[in-house]
Design a protein around this ligand. Sequence first.
Ligand code: VAH
Length: 343
Amino acid sequence: MCQQFPKGIPKYQENTTYIIKDMKNILVVGAGGQIGSELVPYLRNIYGDSHVVAADLNCAPCMKLGENGPLENLDALDGKQYAEIVKKYKIDAIFNLVALLSATGEKNPQLAWKINMGALMNSLEIARENGAALFTPSSIGAFGNNTPHDGTPQDTIMHPSTIYGVCKVTGELLGDYYHQRFGVDARSVRFPGIISNETLPGGGTTDYAVEVYYAAVKGEQFTCPLPEGTYLDMMYMPDALKACVQLMEADPSKLKHRNSFNISAMSFEPSQILAAIQKRMPEFKMVYNVDPIKKAIAESWPNYMDDTCARNEWGWNPTWNLETMTDDMLKVIADKHAKGLLK
Ligand code: VAH
């Protein structure tokens, strides 16, 4: 039987000796990305700095992840190197965050498939060979035009129109297959667009909802690539991080689903995030210059998902909404701006 994901110990305190019966070791692959750069410190705060290994193809932008814990340079497509790192650190749980996102994928679908699926297959095989649990996120991108857009069901038509979505649906099927066929403890959530203030996302259709805050703080007019009225399911990073740990720590006997759970937090369209920012910064301006590719992708995705299964099977319960997120995003980004830390 594969080992379960480690139970979170109380908030990790430095210089404290923990008698940790079954502390495990966690590897985050793609640690330098939008999610990984915040998931690594979040996990280290729970499980201990030395128990969370950060790995990325390009460690240069995420060197600070190596300041208080292990950091490895890893090409997730190199199965041999990947397996060596898993054995070196006696890894029991892997978070595979490697992906070319939706808009980038449409520019080079063949490369997107190679990277997204190559990294996933290596992750699944290495998890199988080493008895490690595996978390690989899916996305609202796994749905398509013929899926109900409002209250998108947990179990429904999955017919995405992007290579990113095709990779996500394939990944969900592979995760469930590896669980049923080999007993791999593979779990996953379908993330909405994630909004954060640590590492800028790259090449996503939902990136506008991050970039708009930076423009506001810099006093710049923002050009929105999606048309007014384009609703999308969105989530603030603290809720996304909570979901990663909550799902991986959930009692497996309670899980009727595994790959992959709908999780939802808020749904808004560009004029609503504009209004939320203008409530705090009345002089902020936004104009529209619609990107037809991003428009087509966004219109094929859910306005909001039904996340009842996640709530019932592992206690999913988001805490951030557009108002509280806007307050926090503007505060954190303004602090960075004042310190000259914005690129
Ligand atoms: C993208 N941010 O836009 C990613 C995400 C739900 C969207 O997967 O591609």
